[in-house]
Design a protein around this ligand. Structure first.
Ligand code: MIC
Ligand code: SF4
Length: 628
């Protein structure tokens, strides 16, 4: 039987265990990336491992989420990241250079290699044919130190693309259509592998849009073949020597196949709430909007913003709204300057900001009370744009640009088609700094707070249920990103005050008062970002276990890594305020939790043997040190 691309790349990288679907393997990681909001912690964790230097083939420390330095603490974070990367042997991408995922596929991604990134949209590099996986900072710290990344061998969902896209529809509409079909849980435990004749009609940036937002299906990652189009892209980036062909064998076995005819894809919009709350544009056309944002790691590429410029050329942004353009990288910005797009956009009334995450993470351009912001980003949960009162809808660049002209959601097919001319990429790595080694002194501000040592798990966990939440709780619900927290990522005592702040303002204070306790959730608890702060901060508040019906992959791993046990049970049986007690001396046996001393219910978990050892040791850092 032939192999899928996923199987080929994973098998070539198995360092520990046997490749069998559903079993745990230790994966050899070639490349690692960190960014400035998860990176401060990841680098502190790397330091805590006591290693001399980065052992992975390549590590890049990016600065993108708080690249505007909106607080002095963020600027301090940047200097810490720059000096620690240089000291331990990683490349540093300076603020203003762009978003990590966009930059990584432009400048470093290599088909057939593995990438582990401390950001959930790391699968973007799957557009180049990499196995690129998002993980928490501790896992990335261990991988930077040359350790394996442990994961359960995923199933492979083949997505068979046929036909080609019509005017008005884009790669974003492809992934929104897939999300509508399989939902935000449909990719859990799977790799989405693209195949079929339609693949060759998509450029690498279009593929990257699709693999980027595959993260929103809960998939482990997404991957495209590496073909002539990939070679052409790498040639454009002056990196053709990094190319290698990658394709699935004839007769490769897919666990399931989803057929998508690109010629039937139409423009789509994900309305506020969840990325799978997707409607054909005609059903929501006419909805008034207050703001349009074009950019992010999903649609911050040159072609997307160029298309928006062509749509807006000679027209005017509706005076009742604002349009913000945020190029994904400095390369994109330089190209938009060269071809006059920036002129066209500014003349139309758009505002252009520095390449980076910015508004996507709620740094600037925070939507006002009840406002609807139409964005080309990938997430639209409540609170995502930096305020719990703003609402976000997701779409591609064409819908966004057309809607900016009218001040309401518009079907771009009503406008004359625009077409891109052939172009060359501008390659200039001025803001990519090579490491200088040990002579570089690491700069730390008081806001960079050293990690506490992890201590072994006690035999019994007891305490109160301090919050009970419903299904689909995202990491943004647990620990919101945005202006109130982004500068505190390296300061756990301070950032922990914001845990569940949008859901229950008294949560953190109650945790302190009660000396910790438990969280109870529903299905898919912890979906979304790789932010390990959504586990570290509750731990800081004394949370020692989360009881839920199911967990999202990265958050599940993060809980284990910080020493919180993710238990699975029927949480309908537990209420906020209940007192729980559970004996955890033998996590391999039958387990039950006692509720208020009056009844007990069975609980289970999805911990592997290794995970059990990690939680017993108190977390991944303690475990790794113990093993070394
Ligand atoms: C996100 O898009 O939610 C983020 C901000 O990039 C996060 C990382 C973080 O919280 O720093 C992610 O996707 O992992
Ligand atoms: Fe940055 Fe937004 Fe992409 Fe996260 S989703 S990496 S915040 S651009």
């Amino acid at each position: 039987m032939g192999s899928t691309i996923t199987e080929k790349v994973l098998k070539e990288h198995v360092g520990d265990g046997t490749y069998r679907v559903g079993e745990e393997i230790g994966l050899i990681i070639d490349q690692c990336l960190t960014q400035d909001s998860t990176g401060t912690m990841a680098w502190l964790e790397f330091e805590a491992l006591g290693l001399d230097e980065v052992k992975a083939k390549l590590a890049v420390s990016y600065c993108d989420h708080t690249s505007l330095g909106f607080k002095g603490e963020s600027t301090d974070d940047h200097y810490f990241l720059q000096t620690i990367a240089s000291h331990f042997g990683a490349i540093y991408s300076k603020p203003g250079n762009g978003v990590c995922h966009q930059l990584h596929y432009e400048r470093f991604g290599v088909p057939g290699e593995t990438l582990l990134g401390a950001d959930s949209h790391t699968p973007t590099c799957g557009g180049l044919g990499m196995i690129a996986i998002g993980a928490g900072g501790m896992d990335v710290a261990v991988a930077m130190g040359g350790g394996y990344f442990y994961l359960t061998v995923p199933e492979v969902l083949g997505i068979n693309l046929t036909g080609s896209l019509n005017w008005g529809s884009s790669a974003k509409d492809v992934i929104l259509t897939i999300l509508k079909q399989i939902s935000v849980k449909g990719g859990v435990g799977k790799v989405l592998e693209y195949m079929g004749n339609g693949v060759k009609t998509l450029s690498v940036p279009e593929r990257a849009t699709i693999t980027n937002m595959g993260a929103e299906t809960g998939a482990t990652t997404s991957i495209f073949p590496s073909d002539e189009i990939t070679l052409e892209f790498l040639r454009g980036q002056r990196r053709d020597s990094d190319w290698k062909e990658l394709k699935a064998d004839d007769g490769a076995h897919y666990d399931d196949i989803l057929d998508i005819d690109l010629s039937e894809i139409t423009p789509q919009v994900a309305m506020p709430g969840m990325p799978d709350n997707v409607y054909p544009v005609e059903e929501v056309a006419g909805t008034p909007i207050d703001q349009v944002f074009i950019g992010s790691c999903t649609n911050g590429g040159y072609a997307d913003i160029r298309k928006a410029a062509l749509i807006l050329q000679g027209k005017r942004v509706d005076p009742s709204i604002e349009l913000i353009i945020s190029p994904g990288s400095r390369q994109v910005l330089q190209m938009l300057i060269r071809d006059g797009s920036l002129d066209a956009l500014i003349n139309a009334g758009a505002r252009v900001i520095d390449p980076g995450c910015n508004a996507c993470i709620g740094i600037g351009f925070v939507p006002g009370y009840g406002h609807l912001s139409l964005r080309t980003v990938n997430r639209n949960w409540a609170g995502r744009g930096g305020s719990k009162f703003g609402r976000i809808a997701l779409c591609g660049a064409e819908v966004a640009a057309a809607s900016a002209i009218k001040g309401k959601i518009v079907d771009p097919r009503e406008l004359d088609p625009v077409k891109l001319d052939p172009f060359d990429y501008i390659v200039d790595d001025l803001l990519m700094l090579k490491p200088q080694g040990k002579q570089v002194e690491i700069r730390r501000s008081p806001n960079i707070v050293k990690l506490k040592q992890q201590v072994p798990l006690p035999d019994k966990l007891e305490g109160e249920v301090l919050i009970k939440v419903g299904d689909g709780i995202s990491t943004d619900d647990i620990l919101p990103a945005g202006p109130s927290t982004q500068h505190l990522r390296s300061n756990l005592p301070e950032i922990s005050k914001f845990v569940f702040i949008y859901k229950d303002e008294t949560f953190a204070a109650r945790c302190r008062e009660k000396n910790g306790g438990f969280i109870v959730g529903g299905e898919n608890y912890g979906q979304g970002s790789s932010r390990e702060h959504a586990a570290l901060a509750p731990f800081e508040l004394g949370i020692r276990a989360v009881f839920a019906k199911s967990f999202a992959r990265i958050h599940h791993a993060n809980l284990i890594n910080v020493g919180i046990i993710p238990f699975v049970c029927d949480t309908d049986e537990i209420e906020q305020g209940d007192r729980l007690s559970i004996d955890v001396t033998d996590l391999r046996g039958d387990l039950e939790v006692s509720i208020n001393g009056s009844k007990s219910i069975p609980v289970s978990h999805n911990l592997s043997e290794r995970d059990i050892e990690i939680v017993k040791a108190g977390g991944l850092l303690a475990y790794t040190k113990m093993k070394n």
